[in-house]
Design a protein around this ligand. Structure first.
Ligand SMILES: [Zn+2]
Length: 311
């Protein structure tokens, strides 16, 4: 991947900060201490005196000071904002993502820092307010797949699905969005029911293969359409299909093989979140690379911040 960093926000720290302000505060600055957004009370201090940090604001409501990075992972990060923009840009260009090694080389940060930045950005990609799927009786495709320990030649291979990392995914056909779940210790009908009941409204039409995992829970839905995959049926007689959810699994598996040499099961949900974010903000839904990058950085606010020092 050849990263192109033409935009000034990748080169100039002031421009990078202004770009982050535009993303975090589209309607003007907000004081992170007291929540004031009154433009008459928030004074921009940065640049007026040499002693003031660039981008510094003073809040006349609570007499506090702040910049756009206060309360975000960037605040204690030693990595300049230009490089956060670069990392977010690289992760959000193309379908397959980028490895920590590529970020490390392109940004000139250590591998460890690149790895840390990518995990923080994956956290930012979490959809913290997921909407119910299957509104207005729409179709929701559900399917499961297995990841890791799937090669019989690999060291430590164990037979049986309970030894593989399981993934359940749902696709809402009306919104074109996917939602993914790393299921530990094997998928069961009970675990599938919990996922479906939490995410898909009962009026929806559930579309699955003929797996027994969905049979009982399917009865709770407005309709349950199945297709016989062992009989190589990919679209049933009424035109229902699980092609979209299977396509997502294909993108995920190809991307993981191509980009990430090893992904332990403890990080699987983070990688799923990353692929899910790109899929749900794909160009086919009218989202540009730039918009996707900005949205990823915007998501960094309001996330539980688990700081590690020295990055
Ligand atoms: Zn304030």
């Amino acid at each position: 991947m050849t990263a192109v960093f033409q935009d000034p926000m990748f080169q100039d720290e002031d421009k990078a900060r202004e770009a982050l302000e535009a993303v975090r505060w589209p309607d003007g600055a907000i004081c992170p201490h007291c929540g004031s957004s009154d433009p008459d009370k928030l004074a921009k201090m940065g640049g007026t005196k040499k002693s003031h940090r660039p981008g510094l604001y003073y809040c006349n409501d609570c007499k506090g000071q702040f910049t756009v990075t206060v309360g975000t992972v960037f605040e204690r990060s030693k990595v300049p904002l230009t490089k956060w923009w670069m990392a977010a840009h690289m992760m959000n260009s193309g379908k397959n993502g980028v490895s920590a090694h590529e970020i490390h080389r392109a940004l000139g940060v250590t591998y460890k820092t690149a790895w840390f930045m990518m995990h923080r950005l994956r956290e930012a990609m979490i959809d913290s307010k997921p909407a119910p799927m299957g509104e207005n009786g729409g179709n929701v495709q559900a399917d499961e797949t297995y990841h890791l320990n799937t090669s019989k030649r690999a060291k430590g291979y164990k037979k049986g699905h309970s030894h593989k990392a399981s993934i359940v995914a749902l696709v809402d056909e009306n919104t074109g969005t996917v939602r993914t779940f790393h299921v530990q210790k094997g998928v069961t009908a009970d675990k599938v029911r919990d996922i479906l009941f939490t995410n898909v409204i009962r009026k929806a039409t559930l579309v699955t293969d003929e797996s027994a995992l969905y049979t009982y829970t399917g009865k709770a839905y407005g309709d349950h359409q199945t297709m016989n995959h062992t009989g190589r049926e990919y679209v049933n007689k009424l035109g229902f299909t699980t092609n979209n959810v299977e396509n997502f699994f294909g993108v995920f598996k190809r991307g993981m093989r191509g980009t990430y040499t090893f992904c332990g099961e403890q990080h699987l949900q983070r990688y799923l979140t990353e692929f899910q974010f790109r899929y749900n903000n794909r160009s086919g839904l009218g989202v540009t690379d730039g918009e996707r990058t900005a949205k990823a950085l915007k998501g960094i606010e309001g996330k539980r911040l688990t700081y590690r020092p020295a990055h």
